[in-house]
Design a protein around this ligand. Structure first.
Ligand code: F6R
Length: 260
């Protein structure tokens, strides 16, 4: 079902709510594949994390079924845990390679990820900013939402004017992030695209699934836009979509718009 999110009679953002995680993931995958069908050399930035795992499985399936050519797509990394090597299964890089790049047979020349082991992380950020500029900006960014409302590693209090930057991770991110690792791992710093990249992307998909995300999604979508809940800044995006399953949307007040 497609909804307008109404707060004080104002429509805030395009919002789609799906029955369950599978439906959310399939629709999100279709949107990403559609972007590539429309523009073969799209520049995509796709998050790691649990939420998009099934989306990536569906992207691989749909791309195979429809024989969609991903050979000209450029993939840009959203974020990475500083000092975590790419062969660590908890790293964002490992996740993206495992779930997406390897099954889609993406060439190394198409993959542009943060080097979280770089001695000069500031220069790694500048290189990423330059690369995105050279590519003409991001066509589509797909983000999940952290339990503290972060996007990428844009943590509460972040400036919306930042491009790529290195950040001291929020306490919540350090604790919640342990779920990606098989043993306790210090997660002090992150390297991330900035909110400015997110807001300048030509389209933005924000996905959330499950009851545990219901309260933060209420804050993201219903409460005042605030840098304390960075994902709420996405409501300023001209072409931004919030895609939620029913559980994640369970605390929103909605007015139905149309059947999807
Ligand atoms: C990961 C990322 C993070 C996650 C967020 C939600 O690349 O950028 O912002 O999207 O922490 O994580 P999950 O999906 O595991 O709940």
């Amino acid at each position: 079902m497609a909804y307008d999110l109404i707060v004080s009679d104002t429509v805030l953002m395009q919002l789609n709510i799906f029955k369950d995680y599978a439906a959310l993931s399939h629709n999100t995958a279709e949107k990403v594949v559609h972007q590539v069908q429309e523009k073969a050399n799209s520049v995509l930035c796709l998050a790691a994390g649990n939420t998009p795992t099934l989306t990536y499985q569906y992207i691989v399936e749909i791309a195979r079924q429809k024989q969609v050519d991903f050979s000209q797509v450029q993939f840009v990394g959203l974020d990475e845990w500083v000092h975590i090597p790419p062969d660590n299964p908890g790293s964002c890089q490992y996740f993206l390679r495992h779930h997406l790049f390897t099954p889609l047979q993406i060439a190394e020349s198409q993959i542009h990820l943060f080097d979280a082991l770089a001695e000069d992380l500031a220069s790694a950020c500048e290189q990423m900013n330059a690369l995105i500029r050279q590519q003409g900006g991001l066509d589509l960014i797909l983000v999940g939402v952290g339990m503290n409302g972060h996007i990428g590693f844009n943590e509460p209090g972040v400036s919306p004017d930042l491009y790529a930057h290195v950040v001291d991770l929020d306490e919540t991110t350090q604790v919640v992030g342990q779920k990606y690792f098989s043993q306790s791992t210090p997660l002090k710093k992150g390297i991330t695209l900035g909110m400015r990249h997110v807001l300048e992307a030509r389209s933005a998909l924000m996905i959330a699934s499950g009851a545990k995300k219901a309260e933060i999604m209420r804050k993201v979508l219903v409460e005042d836009i605030s840098v304390q809940v960075p994902a709420s800044l996405l409501r300023k995006h001209d072409n931004g979509f919030a895609l939620l399953d029913e559980e994640a949307a369970s605390l929103l007040t909605l007015k139905a718009k149309s059947q999807y």
